[in-house]
Design a protein around this ligand. Structure first.
Ligand code: LLP
Length: 423
């Protein structure tokens, strides 16, 4: 459920008409709902309430400071994958002991930064990385808390580009080698093993792969404990999917997921961490765009929008489906149309939807892409020199711009001219 609903024929974000925001900031823009972010965080928090736990928001899905602050104020931790994300989490007021540092290629600088300011744990992805963390921590006279990400060789049955838990994927160490690697970790200076980490993929719409992976992790926990390791924490990753096509998708609920966690690893007495991104931020955001032209082609009609693949790359990159709805609700008698919905970027790949049934729209009318709060703004670029679009946060009947649209001058001013070209 989200808080983008029609009232009196007008799409609202909570209590604010989307058209009112558009009049203020111009299109295209991203718009997030505080109530939806809050609700989704709380659903997870409640789903795990029988176990000691921390919900660490995977901020790769949405890293705007205001979004992070909203979640941090609710008690969320953060899952970060770069020095930049770590700095953003700290800037949003998240204490180091609520920041989990994931990612396959942490550099010495990033490790040092996190050890200096505080980190809940590093999720180690490989032996060379484990040795690097040990070296940096030892040189600083510090102890780095670590889990090791194990790859359980489970098929997440999701899009190949966002599946991470098969043995051919680049993530983690094979579960078959876990005991050996934990033994090395225990012997290295500057490290303290605190647990195990696993993440099998994103946009999972079936709980069975989680069940398989977590059962393997439970067995591994017992084995590692028997080997003498103190396993007090299990990081179970993120990945629970959301309904992108509302008409026919019903992914599992956080409460079903919580019950699965309790059933598979609850008996181990570990503190549980989870790293949901999409399920918290995905349906908490829309992308609002105006129709520039309605172009009637020979074979098909096109709706040419002012948003493009640089603003929302998911359809081009993963063939992802997003519901696209008119901001002014279609009346029952509206003329139906079937469009290819595209952006103005000079690539055929700049196509959001093919042969999509919509009410007939004309230039100046607006549409909203649903489920755009995760992996939307964070994956945008300025390709075709289209400045990054603004982000807006709604809270009840208030709204605020939380990242403004840069002017052309600001965009250009980021480049610098070397001396030899200066005239
Ligand atoms: N933890 C780890 C270690 C991850 O790699 C990811 C996502 C998450 C947590 C959060 O997964 P979520 O709950 O959001 O599914 N750009 C793609 C998704 C990439 C996901 C990468 N890792 C997309 O737009 O679908």
């Amino acid at each position: 459920m989200d808080h983008f609903l029609y009232r009196d024929g007008q799409l609202h974000a909570e209590d604010v008409p989307v058209a009112q925001i558009a009049a203020d900031v111009g299109t295209p823009f991203y718009c997030y709902s505080t109530a939806t972010l809050t609700r989704h965080f709380q659903l997870f928090d409640e789903a795990l309430s029988d176990l000691p736990h921390l919900v660490c928001f995977a901020m790769k899905s949405n890293s705007n400071q205001a979004v992070l602050r909203t979640l941090a104020d609710l008690g969320a931790g953060m899952d970060v994958v770069s020095g930049g994300e770590y700095a953003r989490a700290r800037a949003a007021g998240v204490p180091g002991d609520r920041i989990v540092f994931s990612g396959v290629g942490k550099t010495a600088d990033e490790i040092r930064m996190a050890l200096t300011e505080g980190v809940r744990q590093f999720n180690v992805e490989s032996e060379p990385e484990m040795r690097a963390i040990s070296a940096v921590a030892s040189a600083m006279g510090a102890t780095a808390p670590i889990t090791i990400r194990v790859n359980p060789d489970v098929d997440a049955k999701t899009h190949a580009k966002i599946s991470t838990g098969k043995k051919e994927d680049k993530f983690g160490i094979p579960i078959t080698r876990a005991r050996e690697v934990y033994a090395e970790a225990a012997a290295l200076p500057g490290l303290k093993v605190v647990g195990i980490d696993v993440h099998i993929g994103s946009q999972l719409t079936d709980l069975a792969p989680f069940e398989l992976a977590y059962t393997k992790i439970a067995d591994l926990t017992e084995q590692l404990r028997a080997d003498g390791h103190e396993i007090i924490r299990l990081d179970l990753g993120g990945g629970l999917g959301i309904p992108y096509a509302r008409s026919n998708e019903v992914p599992p609920l956080p409460s079903d997921y919580g019950a699965l966690v309790a059933r598979t690893v609850g008996h181990l007495g570990c503190e549980i961490e989870i790293e949901p991104g999409r399920l918290i931020s995905g349906n908490a955001g829309i992308l609002v765009s105006s129709v520039i032209y309605e172009k009637q082609g020979e074979e098909r009609d096109f709706l040419i929008l002012d948003a493009a693949m640089n603003d929302l790359i998911r359809p081009a990159m993963y063939e992802a489906y997003h519901d696209i709805v008119p901001v002014q609700e279609a009346t029952p008698g509206a003329t139906p149309a079937c469009y290819d919905i595209v952006g103005p970027v000079c690539e055929s790949g700049d196509t959001f939807a093919k042969r999509r049934d919509m009410p007939r729209l004309s230039a100046g009318e607006m549409v909203a892409f649903r489920s755009a709060g995760a992996y939307g703004a964070v994956m945008s670029s300025e390709y075709n020199s289209r400045p990054l679009i603004p982000e807006v946060l709604v809270h009840g009947d208030q709204f605020a711009v939380i990242r403004k649209r840069p002017s052309y001058a600001e965009m250009i001013a980021r480049d610098t001219i070397p001396e030899w070209l200066d005239r």
